[in-house]
Design a protein around this ligand. Structure first.
Ligand SMILES: Cc1ncc(C[n+]2csc(CCOP(=O)(O)OP(=O)(O)O)c2C)c(N)n1
Ligand SMILES: [Mg+2]
Length: 354
């Protein structure tokens, strides 16, 4: 690593550059869209802060991977698609689920393992799913969603629709064969799939630098002659714009795109991660480029939102999150009769022990 002092300076210069770029982008956008994007970013941040509290007090169990720090990626990309487009992602999916139109109530109740959850309380944090809004998971197997999304894109093209599929995954998934096989097929068959690599620079406790030979992920698109872009994942509007370009390519010409979106997770890999593999100073450096603070600063400096309006968003979000907690608390546990419903394998349940 370079001298920490140098990095710090680079980070603050970068922050100014991002703000300037954001400000020039938002000048062409309407106020309502900008406010909605900001609202969604704050909603998913506060939602997960509350989920972390509920986890610590034992109300949520099992695995729980938070998205705090990465909000600009899901919110920016999903702001560029239509309601009938498809989204698939990994286990770090609470934000994508909510941004795709699932209610905070159905996501929080799923975290609590309650019957009112989107997967009837049987999936938990990693298995958010709602086919009504074309959100097809929440997948626990690293890279498992990539061939599935490729198949969804194949299906939409086969049916002759102009829907696109967004497929999100972490940078560690790029080392899996499934990534390469899918990109090869998508380019060869011209499938309207947008592959969005959320490069948060760590796969659990392993730094990208220790695990990947070619770390320029966007460049890997060249191996398949696929259009690819590197995007600043702390700038919500940069993510939105890059996704818009990819969406146009996919809708008009059925062409796939690979986006490498550089981001950073502020929390551990999961709620049980002690985080010994990185320093507090490193985390703080990235927190200076907090995507929500950067966007808020741009909105304020350009006169899009006032202090009173920022407070209004916080108050509204607080209510929304409180409602989701109350819904989750009050929702019943799944009935034991649900134990064998919605599962692949048909269990042979012996009626008596022989
Ligand atoms: C096939 C497979 N191998 C290993 C694991 C264990 N595992 C869970 S998350 C993870 C790291 C994935 O990192 P990345 O793809 O960068 O996503 P991030 O967690 O950073 O969002 C690993 C190795 C798994 N779930 N599936
Ligand atoms: Mg990662």
């Amino acid at each position: 690593m370079d001298e920490p002092g140098d990095e710090k300076e680079a980070a603050s210069v970068d922050q100014e550059a991002v703000k300037e770029a954001q400000k020039s982008r938002l000048s062409g956008m309407d106020r309502e869209t900008l406010t909605r994007i900001y609202h969604e970013m704050v909603l998913v941040r506060r939602f997960e802060e509350k989920a972390a509290e509920a986890y610590s007090s034992g109300k949520i169990g099992g695995f729980c991977h938070l998205y705090i720090g990465q909000e600009a990626v899901a919110i920016g990309a999903l702001s560029a698609i239509r309601k009938d487009d498809y989204v698939l992602t990994s286990y770090r999916e609470h934000a994508h689920a909510i941004a795709k139109g699932m209610t905070p109530e159905s996501v929080m109740a799923e975290l609590f393992g309650k019957a009112g959850g989107c997967s009837k309380g049987k999936g938990g944090s990693m298995h958010m799913f709602d086919s009504k809004v074309n959100f097809l998971g929440g997948h626990g197997i690293v890279a498992g969603q990539i061939p599935l999304a490729t198949g969804v894109a194949f299906a939409t093209k086969y049916k002759g629709t102009d829907q696109v599929t967004l497929c999100f995954f972490g940078e560690a998934a790029v080392n899996q064969g499934a990534f390469h096989e899918s990109l090869n097929m998508a380019q060869l068959w011209k499938l309207p799939c947008i592959y969005i690599c959320e490069n948060n620079q760590y796969g659990m406790g392993t730094s990208l630098k220790r695990a990947m030979s070619l770390q320029n992920i966007a460049q890997k698109g060249d191996g398949y002659e696929m259009a690819a872009e590197f995007v600043d994942g702390m700038d919500v509007l940069a993510v939105r714009e890059a996704t818009e370009r990819a969406v146009e390519r996919a809708r008009k010409d059925y062409l796939p795109t690979l986006l490498e979106v550089r981001t950073y997770r502020f929390m551990g890999h999961s709620m049980s991660d002690p985080g010994n593999y990185r320093t507090r100073a490193e985390i703080e450096l990235h927190q200076e480029r907090d995507p929500i603070k950067l966007f808020a600063a741009s909105l304020e400096e350009e006169g899009v939102m006032t202090d009173a309006e920022f407070e209004e968003v916080e108050a509204k979000v607080k209510e929304e999150v409180e409602r989701s907690i109350q819904f989750a608390e009050e929702s019943p546990l799944p009935d034991p009769s649900e134990l064998f419903t919605d599962i692949y394998a048909n269990p042979i349940v012996p009626s008596r022990r022989d």
